[in-house]
Structures are given as C-alpha cells and as structure tokens.
Design a protein around this ligand. Structure first.
Ligand code: FAD
Length: 818
C-alpha cells in the first residue's frame, strides 16, 4: 500500500480516461509529482461502459489534430506499457442516404483533405465491400476514413494509468476529493481534502466527468454540462461479422455500429434524449448502469434492421444504458477556469471521450505545465461560455437539443432553437416587428437578417448547402450599406471599461498597437501571447487619462475579459469592469451615414472635426452617445454606443431621419458579406492564437517602431527577421454559383497549401470570397502567394480561384451587381 501523500504539484480528480490521460501526459512533461485521486475505482464512472468508437474528423483543424494524436498514442501505448488497449485501426465508414447528406459528406471529405486526414469517397457497392452485412438500397454514397478505429475503453484507460504510474504519478483509488481549499487572501488553491487526509497543492485538474459541474461549483467555477442517458445494443455473434469490420456511422438512420466479439454493437442519437440525474448524481454511483429503456430504444430498431437485415434474427446480449456528460454545443470543455486560477477542467465529452482521451489529456497537461494550450483550442475552451450557462436548467435544455442534433445534417449557419430568448437588446421587439430573423450568441438575440413581408418573405431560416432563403434579403441589406445606409443593432458587443492611474501604461504592455494615445482616439489592436499569437482582436478607446473603453465580439466576452484581467501587470493600478449589459450599440454605416446623423446632432461630423479613428461623446436626438468613427463593413459610419435607456429613442430618431436617404435595418449576415469584401479579419476563424499579426497581414497595427515593450513583441521581431511560413490571402472564384463556407482546401500549383478559414459571398463584387493561409515550410512571401496558380476544393470538386493580398472592395471602385 502506498503512503498517502501530503503534498503534490498537481492533483488530478477522476480516474476515467481523461484523468488518466492527463496524469500520463503531465508526468511526461516532467510533472512527476502528480497525484490522481479516484473516488471509487479507475474507469468506474462513464468510461467503463463506452462503446469505444474512435473517429477523428471534426470541423476544426486543431480538434481533428487532437483526435489524430489520440490515434497515434493508441497505436503505440500497448508497446510502451505492456497493457493491452484493445485498440485496432479498422477504419470508419460514413453513409449518405440523400442528396443533402451526400453534399455534407463530400464537404467533410474536403475538410479532411484540408486537415491532412485521409478520407475516401466510395460508391454504395464499394462501401458494401467493406461492410458486407449492410443493405445499400437507399445509399447515395459513403466515405471511408482508414485511420479511424476502436478501442476497449477500460483497457486503454488502464494502459494510460500504467504509463502514468511508470512515469511517477501516484494513483489513489477509493479516495474522493471532498473539498478544494482556496486561500481567501491570495485567491490561490492551497490543497484538497479527502477522507484519508489533506494534500497540499496549487493546481487541481478536475476530470471528474459528469461530477465536474458540482465539484467546480464549490470553488465558484461554472462548467456547463449535464448528464444524459445514452444506450447501445450488444448482439450475440452474427455470421459474417469479422473482427476487421470498420466502425460505421449511419446518420440518416441516427445510428452507429462496431464489431464486438463476433457480434455487433449498435447505438444511436435520438431526437428526444432522456436527461439523467436532474436532481444530482446519486451517492455511490460506481460501475453502475441505468435500466435498459427498450421503449425508448425502439425508435432505432426499424432503422437498424433495414440497414443490417441480420439484426432481425440476431440474439440480443444486452441493451446497455449509461449516463454521459453532454454540453450545450456538443464540444468538450478544457482549460483553466476563468473564475479560479490553478483550477483546470477536462470534462463534458459528449460521447467521444475515448476518441478524444489521448489528445485532450495531452492538451490539458500542456496547458497546466506551460500556462497556455499547445495550440488554439477555442472550440473547446472553457472561456467560450458565459453567465447564461450558469443556469443548469438552461444548460440542460440546450444540451438536449445539441444531443438530438448529433446526427442531423449540420447546416451552414444553423442556429439553436432552445432556451431562447434570454438576452435581448431594448430594440428587440421593434426589430422583430420589422421582420428581424434572430440568431443567438452567448444568450444574446441578434438580428441576422430582415424579411420583407410585402415580398412574401418570412423571418425564418430555411437552411441549404446552396443559396439559403435569406440570400436575397442579405443581398438587399448589403447593397443598402454600400449605396445608402444601414442601421445594425450590435448591442451584444462585449464592452469593458478599464480604469486606474496606470491604465495607459498597463494596456500598452498587452496591446500590440499603441493605445497610449490622446483622449478621444481609438485604436484597432490585437493582444498577443508570448509566441506572438493573436489572443484578442479589439477596439480600444481612450476616454480620459484614467479610463479606457474596450469593444470586442459578443462571443469573446469571457475570454477577452479574462485575458485582459490576467495579463495586466501586477501592482499596476488598472481595473477592468464588464459594461456590456448597460450599453447599447447601433452601427450606422454607409455613404449616407453623415447626412443622416447630422440631422440629429449639433456636433461637428466633418472629417476634420471627427476623423476616422476618433471617439467623441455627442448628442443624438438629445441623448448622450459615444460615437466611434470605425467600420467593419468598409463604409463611412459610426458605431453609436449609448446607455440602454436611450437606445429606443436614438433608434427611432435615426430611422425617421434616414427614411428619405434609403436607411434600412441590417443584420449580422450582411455584416459578414460586407467584411469579406473588405478583408476584415474575424477572430476565431481567420485569426487566433495560432496566427501572428505578420502572418495575418496585420503587421501595420503593431507598434514596432515605438520601441515600447509589449507581450509577444520579441516573438514578432524574431519572426519578422526569419520570415513567415504562412500568409493570409483572400480568394475569389469566378463562378458565382460556387458556395464557399470555410474549410475548403487551397491548392497552389496543384499542391495542397492550406484551407479557407472563412468563406461567403460578396454581393457588391458578385463573387464567392474566401480567406485562408497559404503555407510553406520554407517560408511564404507576398510574391510567392501572388505567383501561384490556385484552385479551391469545394465539396470534393476543384474550382479555379484567384488570390488577393489587398482588400477586394474599395468604396471608389466600379461595382458589379450580383
Ligand atoms: C453508452 C455510451 C457509449 C459511449 N460510446 C463512446 C464511443 O464509442 N466513443 C467514445 O469516444 N466515447 C464514447 N462514450 C463516451 C465516453 O465514455 C466518455 O466521454 C468518457 O468515458 C468520459 O471520460 P471521463 O474521464 O471524462 O469521465 P468518467 O469516466 O466518468 O471519469 C470521471 C471519474 O471521476 C471520478 N470522480 C467523480 N467525483 C470525484 C471526486 N470527488 N473525487 C475523486 N474522483 C471523482 C468518478 O468516479 C469517475 O471515475 C460513450 C458513453 C456512453 C455513456
């Protein structure tokens, strides 16, 4: 029996696959003084009853890479530890039974090619050759990923635990963490209590599966996950089922399959999932399954038999029902909690924890050891959530919707329906009455587009892989912005005030651009990590000597607030406050913006008095408004920031003043088409922690010449010296019917050099537009980019494209109407 430790460098809570993988990787990084505490026995939570399919393809390159790491690790783990993992790389098949699904699968194959993952499109007959038991009458096509596979979840976890122990990790079973201690004065974690004693530590990594939400809440950390029942059927051996049978996903029939001891495992994602443990997880839940729910599973049986007729007569060994933690967006949750330093989370694996286990453990361990993730992990970053996710009821509703969509077609621009509305601008009802079709981000209702009732349009999205039903409306709003003016409710922008006597100095240390400017000026800037990667992309306004106002994207509220708060140098007087809810934003954009605004204000709006890049408090319709002369659409205009209580007054006055100038409402989908034409970058797509300003063509916003120190400067200087290995370029396609959505593969002179980070259509230019990095390990220059002959792979078909390094749209250019 091991001595019970009294100190550790890190405590990992939970001995499922994620805890064991994280401990294994921490030890490999030299954190050998790591202790893993498991309440019961290893694997006794959700891990022991997983089906064990390991698929890799996701919509993000980095998450796909992370899952690819799992496969690499599982390939070598048994040899390293001597513990069999049940891993076999038997490949994965995906079926398509209708035209839209086939388009989705072809686009997925293109995404896979973009990310360097092998994925082959097959005819129904070719698919059947790999899976002879399957009926292919309804099949349009299929795809095969040869490096997917399956593992035995318990064995692979034990193998990781063995590897962790071999590297020095101490694992204690039957040892629940009963309390996490935080020092009230410093806010630092000091240790954890268990029935066997206290262990001092300053890092806790919570990998407690569905228990994580409750444990994290004890230290004020919000982890939005809930338990949902998930079932699969295990059959007796079936003649013709061979051990090399690939895993199979049949999304149109909502089911997945794998071979198990000569029989089949068949599970599915029902549209009406059953939540579990609504009142909390019962005490002592360990190695326990839930009662088989045959009635609920019945909905899959007809589907399954038509796909695999042998199921009709196959003997049933077990209908396994197990709870798993799911999240509101179907992605897992990783990283250091914004609410508590030293508290890391790896949980909410949405029934792909075995597939993610190796990679997620690696990434989380690196995050712990280095204070930052190994690469951009935004899709799974714990900071993507916000206050709306504190309500467990809300989280459950949204999570059940996300679960039900697991196998439905993932339409471009698809919105969730549940848990809405929550956060609304004061203009919500006014906009709704005028035909607004809303989307949702971080709980905010945001107008996406406006339906023209007179033209018979209905404000409801009808999704498509071709041109969706909002196409004409967005084109109209786009043209209005280019030719007259639009008003866009952007109240959901995240807004912060940063105040204090050192604020100019403090912000200048973390901003790449110079923000220590005269009062009333605004700066577009990035905030960088030590590697020069772009952590935040924002507008910073100097209001006075001691006060700044910062504006960033709706979805980045938690992330950017946390980044700024944590990176302001200690002992400087600069405090950040979130003022999002108290401030409404109306963006008045278009060549007529000045004419319209000047009708409602006595303030001077001329270029001399109010130049681009200035911020002024002005009166609009007698209301106080902080006007920012800035644009994300490439036209003359102002973002008007105001107290929420005057938003309706200002909105009504502007609409009345602009009526004869062609002013109309516009929404977020028009913003997207407008910004694509102008080449403005979007964080989370075109730019992020993996991209530096030099690679993103934003070097002009870096204060190199000033000599002022700022985070990331050394890395940027070194990169400037050495040259970049990738460069963001714009791409256009001549054929207006081509639909670019992002992730399309970029070919330069016939060779794959990257993929589109965003894609869409420019309604002024009348062409599809995309952005993406052109990469080359020996370096990339502007000349290199422009000298290439390009093609884009779109849904598995290559189309010719032109590269651009300057904005595609210039307000003075001759316009081509779409
Ligand atoms: C029916 C079903 C089928 C699935 N099929 C697949 C599949 O085919 N492929 C795939 O990739 N994934 C699949 N999954 C998902 C997979 O099982 C999970 O994502 C994965 O096991 C989650 O691992 P974990 O380590 O996060 O959680 P868990 O395995 O639940 O581990 C968490 C551990 O934390 C411990 N713990 C809790 N509280 C404390 C405390 N206070 N102190 C100490 N320890 C504590 C628990 O006892 C538990 O052992 C499936 C899941 C289900 C339910």
């Amino acid at each position: 029996m091991q001595d019970f430790p009294t100190t550790a460098r890190a405590i990992v809570i939970g001995g499922g696959i994620i805890g064991c993988s994280t401990a294994y990787h921490l030890a490999k990084l030299g954190w050998t003084d790591t202790v893993l505490l498991e309440r019961s026995k290893l694997t006794s939570g959700t891990t022991f009853h997983a089906a064990g399919l390991v698929g890799q393809l996701r919509t993000s390159a980095n998450i796909t890479q992370l899952l690819g790491y799992s496969v690499d690790l599982y390939n070598r783990l048994e040899a390293e530890t001597g513990v069999a993992s049940g891993w076999k790389m038997n490949g994965g098949l995906r079926l398509a039974c209708n035209a839209d699904r086939w388009t989705e699968v072809r686009r997925q194959a293109t995404t896979a090619h973009s990310f360097g993952l092998e994925m082959h499109l097959l005819t129904p007959k070719e698919a059947q050759a790999l899976w002879p038991l399957m009926n292919i009458d309804d099949l349009v096509g299929a795809a095969f990923l040869p490096t997917d596979g399956q593992a035995n979840p318990s064995d692979i976890t034990q193998s990781l635990a063995k590897g962790a122990r071999m590297a020095g990790v101490r694992i204690h079973e039957d040892t629940p963490v009963t309390r996490i201690c935080v020092d009230g004065a410093t806010g630092r974690i000091t240790g954890v209590h268990t029935p066997r004693g206290f262990i001092e530590c300053d890092v806790v990594v919570c990998c407690a599966g569905q228990w994580t939400r409750a444990i994290a809440a004890t230290v004020g950390v919000n982890v939005p996950l809930v338990s949902v029942e998930h079932q699969y059927l295990i059959t007796e051996p079936i003649p013709g089922v061979t051990s090399n049978l690939p895993t199979l996903r049949d999304p149109d029939r909502l089911t997945y399959w794998k071979e198990e001891v000569g029989g089949l495992v068949m599970g599915g994602y029902e549209p009406n999932p059953v939540p579990w443990a609504v009142k909390g997880i019962p005490e002592g839940h360990s190695f326990q399954l839930l009662n088989s729910n045959f009635d609920h599973f019945e909905q899959f049986m007809g589907q399954a038999i038509s796909r695999v007729p042998a199921m009709e007569t196959a003997g049933i060994k077990q209908l396994l029902n197990g709870p798993e933690s799911f999240t509101p967006d179907g992605n897992f949750i990783l990283g250091e909690a914004p609410e508590q330093r030293g508290f890391f989370v790896g949980a909410g694996f949405n029934a792909f924890g075995i597939a993610s286990g190796g990679g997620a453990g690696m990434a989380l361990a690196e995050w712990v050891a280095n204070g930052e993730p190994p690469f951009d992990l935004w899709p799974v970053d714990i900071r993507r959530f916000g206050r709306v996710h504190q309500s467990t009821g809300w989280v459950r509703n949204r999570t059940l919707e996300a679960y039900g969509k697991h196998y439905t077609i993932a339409w471009p621009a698809e919105e969730y329906r549940s848990g809405r509305p929550i956060r609304r601008s004061p203009l919500y009802h006014l906009l709704k009455a005028q035909g607004a079709c809303f989307g949702e981000k971080l709980g905010w209702e945001r107008p996406n587009w406006f339906a023209d009732a007179a033209a018979g349009e209905v404000p409801q999205d009808r999704y498509s892989f071709e041109r969706p039903n909002w196409w004409a409306a967005v084109a109209r709003e786009h043209q209005a912005c280019r030719n007259a003016a639009v008003l866009i409710d952007q109240t959901s922008f995240a807004k912060f005030r940063v105040c204090g006597s050192d604020v100019g100095f403090a912000l200048n240390q973390i901003c790449a651009n110079n923000v220590d400017r005269p009062f009333g000026s605004l700066s577009y800037t990035q905030m960088l990590n030590r590697k020069g990667g772009i952590e935040c992309d924002l507008t910073v306004v100097r209001l006075s000597r001691d006060e700044y106002y910062i504006v960033t994207g709706t979805g980045f509220a938690t992330h950017d607030f946390n980044w700024i708060a944590r990176n302001i140098a200690p002992h400087t007087d600069a405090r950040i406050v979130d003022v999002t809810s108290g401030t409404a934003v109306l963006s008045l954009m278009g060549p007529k913006a000045r004419v319209i605004l000047s009708r409602l204000t006595e303030d001077d709006l001329t270029n001399t008095a109010f130049p681009f890049g200035a911020a002024r408090w002005i009166s609009v319709a007698h209301c106080p408004v902080l006007a920012l002369r800035v644009t994300y659409v490439g036209e003359l205009g102002w973002e008007l920031h105001m107290p929420t209580d005057v938003a309706v007054t200002v909105y009504e006055a502007l609409m009345a003043a602009g009526a004869d100038q062609g002013l109309v409402n516009a929404g977020y989908r028009a913003i997207e088409t407008l910004r694509l034409e102008k080449g403005f970058r979007a964080w989370g797509a075109d730019i992020g922690p993996d991209h530096t300003p030099l690679e993103a063509g934003l070097g002009g916003f870096v204060k190199f010449a000033s000599g002022i120190e700022f985070t990331g400067r050394d890395a940027l200087l070194a990169q400037r010296e050495a040259g970049v290995k990738k460069l963001l370029a714009g791409f256009t396609v001549d054929d207006p019917a081509v639909v670019l959505l992002g992730r399309e593969t970029i070919y330069r002179n016939g060779k794959r050099v990257g993929w589109l980070s965003s894609g869409g259509f420019g309604h002024t230019l009348g062409v599809p537009i995309g952005y993406g990095y052109v990469r080359h390990p020996d370096g990339v220059t502007a000349e290199y980019v422009m000298a290439g002959r390009y093609e884009l792979e779109v849904a598995s078909v290559r189309v010719p494209a032109q590269a651009h390094l300057t904005p595609l749209y210039d307000p003075k250019m001759e316009r081509v109407k779409a």
